[in-house]
Design a protein around this ligand. Sequence first.
Ligand code: ABN
Length: 167
Amino acid sequence: MSAWDRLVEKSARALAQRTSRRGLIAGIGRVLMGAALLPLLPIDRSSRAQAAGAQNPQECEYWKYCAIDGFLCSCCGGSSSSCPPGTQPSPITWIGTCHNPEDGRDYIVSYNDCCGKSSCGDCECNRNEHEKPMYRLSRNNDVNWCMANADANYHCSVSVILGVSEP
Ligand code: ABN
């Protein structure tokens, strides 16, 4: 028997003298019990839900909507950046800067109102990141930008990326 074997045998015997079989089974039971109870612990899923919303253009949490105030055209027959059929985009808009968590960059976003039909009424979204008071009109979102259109009826709002914001 090699010196290594003798050392291992001695350690194993010493360990066996110090511990009981019952103690070993109790220890294994404690580990298994802990593993079984782990899924019952409360988990904060709100950040994951929020992250999913940040990628869905029909959710107010969608990253491009950070400074929007209106009904989302993506819920009204259009898309996040195009007006629904039968409506016209407002030529004047308000501007925001939104952070895209996907690529970590900031984008300059134009929020155009879509005009020519009565209010869509679906997916109201009022987020006001970096919004400025009325004296900075182009940075304020609480304005009916359809006012310059032939038909000034407000229907919904789109968000169009104008460019990336360089640091
Ligand atoms: N720019 C969206 C909007 C339209 C009408 C009234 C308030 C805000």
